[in-house]
Write a protein that binds this ligand. Structure first.
Ligand code: ARG
Length: 276
C-alpha cells in the first residue's frame, strides 16, 4: 500500500509535500480515514491480551519476553535458572542465535536483563501447520548464562493436575490488546477453563487433542504476541499460550499447550539439556 515517491529535485518535492501535509491535516480535523492508522488497520475484530489490565512484573515474575532480532516476538516462562519454556511455533526451525529473553521487566522494550538463548529444544511430536493449530506446541530454551533470581525474576512450578472446567486462571503477556496494537506494559487477564470436548467442537477438531487445554471469558483472551506465555492456576503453570481463532471472539476459546500432559517431557528434556 505504501508508495515510495521519487523526486528528481528538491524543488519538485516541495509542492508535493505541501499537498500531502494539508491533506493529512484535513483528514485529522474531519476524522477522515486517511491517516496511516487507517491504512494499517486489518480486519474488524480479529486482531484484538484482550480485556486485561496493566500488571507489574513482581506479580508475574516468571514472565519473560522472547525477543527475535531485538524485538518482542513471543512470551516465555521461567522454569529454572537456565531454562525458559515457550511455544514451539515461536522458535521452530529458527537459529537460536537470533533470540534473547528479557527478564525482570514490566516493559518488553527496556529494563530488567537481556540474556542470549544458547539452544532450542522443540517437542518431537510438534507439527507445524501454517503456524496455526498445533498439538505439542512447546519448546525449551537453554540460556547462555544463568538467571539471578529475585522478586522480579522467579521460576514457577508445573501443575500436577489439570484444573477443573470453569476454574479461574490467569494469562499474561505483551500481546495485542483490544486496540489491535501491542502494549508497552505487561498485561494480564483472568479466564475460565473451558471443557475440552466443547473446545474441540468450537475449533472443528475431529478428535479432542490430548496435549491442549482451553480457556475463555467474555471479551477477554490472549492474542498475537502472547504465544509462549503462562496460563496459571493457583500459582502453578497449567498452560502455554498456543493458538486461537481470532481473539476474544464469542464461541472461540483460546487454546494452550497442556503443561500437565507435557510435564514429563519438560522435566526429562530440562534435565538432559542442563547437563550438556
Ligand atoms: N498464536 C498467537 C501468537 O503467536 C497466540 C494466539 C492466541 N490466540 C488466542 N485467541 N488466544 O502470539
Amino acid at each position: 500500500m505504501l508508495r515510495v515517491l521519487v523526486f528528481t529535485s528538491q524543488l519538485e518535492m516541495f509542492p508535493t509535500l505541501l499537498v500531502l501535509l494539508s491533506v493529512a491535516t484535513l483528514g485529522c480535523a474531519l476524522h477522515l480515514p486517511i491517516g496511516p492508522e487507517f491504512l494499517l488497520k486489518k480486519g474488524p475484530i480479529n486482531n484484538r491480551i484482550v480485556g486485561g489490565e496493566d500488571t507489574p512484573i513482581e506479580t508475574i515474575p516468571w514472565q519473560v519476553s522472547l525477543q527475535k532480532l531485538g524485538r518482542h516476538d513471543c512470551g516465555g516462562v521461567i522454569y529454572s535458572k537456565n531454562i525458559i519454556i515457550t511455544a514451539a511455533h515461536c522458535v521452530y526451525k529458527i537459529n537460536p542465535r537470533i533470540f534473547d529473553v528479557r527478564v525482570g521487566s514490566s516493559t518488553s522494550k527496556n529494563g530488567g536483563s537481556v540474556i542470549k538463548v544458547a539452544k532450542i529444544t522443540v517437542h518431537d511430536r510438534y507439527v507445524n501447520i501454517n503456524n496455526k493449530k498445533a498439538e505439542y506446541d512447546i519448546a525449551l530454551l537453554l540460556l547462555s548464562s544463568p538467571l539471578e533470581m529475585g522478586i522480579t525474576i522467579m521460576a514457577i512450578p508445573l501443575a500436577e493436575s489439570v484444573p477443573h472446567d470453569g476454574a479461574t486462571v490467569l494469562v499474561s503477556g505483551w500481546g495485542r490488546t483490544e486496540t489491535g496494537k501491542a502494549p508497552l506494559h505487561l498485561k494480564s487477564v483472568h479466564l475460565n477453563i473451558v471443557n475440552r470436548e466443547e473446545c474441540a467442537r468450537a475449533n472443528d477438531d475431529e478428535q479432542v487433542p490430548r496435549a491442549t487445554i482451553c480457556a475463555a471469558a467474555p471479551g477477554k483472551d490472549s492474542c498475537g504476541g502472547d504465544s509462549g506465555g503462562p496460563l496459571v492456576y493457583e500459582g502453578e503453570l497449567v498452560g502455554i499460550v498456543s493458538y486461537g481463532i481470532g481473539c476474544a471472539l464469542p464461541g472461540y476459546p483460546g487454546v494452550y499447550a497442556n503443561v500437565v500432559e507435557l510435564r514429563k517431557w519438560i522435566e526429562e528434556e530440562a534435565t538432559k539439556v542442563s547437563s550438556t
